[in-house]
Ligand binder design. Structure first.
Ligand code: TRP
Length: 329
């Protein structure tokens, strides 16, 4: 572990991963392993703020873990684990919650959005969700936290909590910073390109799941909403086409300008097919590896157990440090 900077990130297991999760996050997680000591976590405790079927959740946790490995996260180089396997997350979360203000949590936009959307289940876990996220990050002395824009506010709160705690008890936590990759693809809905592509979108055609078959992927891209004229140019007033251009550019490595030139005068039909095929081509080998891993129960179990053991060793050290400062050990 020596002097490499530490990276921590987490992803919820529920609902599977979309193309947006892959291009915007998970693909970069693999790349970061060359330069940093990385910890990647399937945050199943965070998924409990909504009701889940236990059997389905159990399956989704394994699927998410397998999909991370299939996408290039290497359990030999990184610590890859499931949050609930490391008890210290919940424990530190309680301690940190006593250093987090009601007012701060009330201002979290994700909490406000989610409680508005689900007024029937505004549970305390939904409210303290960002504290658990702070515990995830602070347990491992993470320097860098790759996150999407929607998690910026939570990371800011994590920093505030850590700074506050350090202010009272002396140096205890590393103050983490956000990590926003240079080529972060922000993948939008294929049906409503003003919205982010979401795994919970009721319209299946709006999202590409990493598990989708190549045929389904191509079909969904053919159905993608475009704009009124037929020019393939990247511009604010053409959100549909611009989204397809950024997806194509993210999977081929070509710049927006190169993509525009490649499809100049070609029409939407040909372009949509090309994007669909390019996406299908990069996801196909990942899906094959994912299927192979899921079938190898013993290997997955071993990776999960090893990951949890390595994580717990670090987490236990941090937790003890905190407990001592607080006078409870
Ligand atoms: N809240 C994050 C999300 O929904 C997931 C998450 C949980 C996370 N703990 C984290 C991300 C720690 C980064 C670091 O996307």
């Amino acid at each position: 572990m020596a002097d490499k900077k530490r990276v921590f990130s987490g992803i919820q297991p529920t609902g599977g991963f979309t193309l947006g999760n892959y291009l915007g996050a998970v693909r970069n997680w693999g790349v970061l392993q060359d330069e940093y000591k990385c910890l990647y976590c399937v945050v199943d405790l965070h998924s409990l703020t909504v009701r889940n079927d236990p059997e389905v959740l159990k399956k989704q946790i394994r699927e998410a873990y397998a999909m991370l490995l299939a996408s290039g996260v290497d359990p030999q180089r990184s610590i890859v684990f499931v949050q609930s396997h490391v008890a210290q997350h919940a424990e530190l979360s309680w301690l940190l919650s006593c250093y987090t203000q009601f007012g701060e949590l009330s201002r979290m936009t994700q909490f406000k959005d989610k409680s508005q959307k689900h007024p029937e289940n505004i549970n305390a876990g939904l409210f303290t969700y960002p504290v658990l996220m702070a515990a995830d990050i602070l347990l491992y002395d993470a320097d860098l936290v790759p996150i999407g824009a929607d998690q910026k506010q939570h990371l800011e709160l994590t920093r505030d909590i850590a700074i506050r705690f350090n202010g009272v008890y002396g140096d205890t936590f590393v103050i983490p910073e956000g990590y926003f990759p240079k080529v972060a693809a922000r993948v939008m809905s294929l049906q409503q390109p003003s919205d982010k592509m979401s795994k919970s979108d009721p319209n299946e055609n709006a999202r590409i799941m990493m598990k989708d078959s190549s045929e389904a992927i191509v079909k969904k891209f053919k159905r993608a909403v475009t704009d009124s004229d037929s020019r393939i140019v990247f511009s604010d007033d053409k959100p549909g086409i611009s989204n397809l251009i950024s997806i194509y550019s993210a999977v081929t490595g070509k710049t927006t300008v190169e993509v525009e030139a490649e499809f100049d005068g070609k029409g939407y039909g040909a372009f949509k097919t090309a994007v669909g095929e390019a996406v299908a081509d990069i996801l196909a080998p990942i899906r094959t590896e994912y299927d192979r891993l899921l079938a190898d129960t013993a290997y997955l179990d071993k990776c999960m157990a090893d990951g949890a053991a390595q994580a717990a060793e670090i987490a236990a050290g941090t937790l003890l440090r905190v407990q001592k400062k607080l006078g409870i050990r």
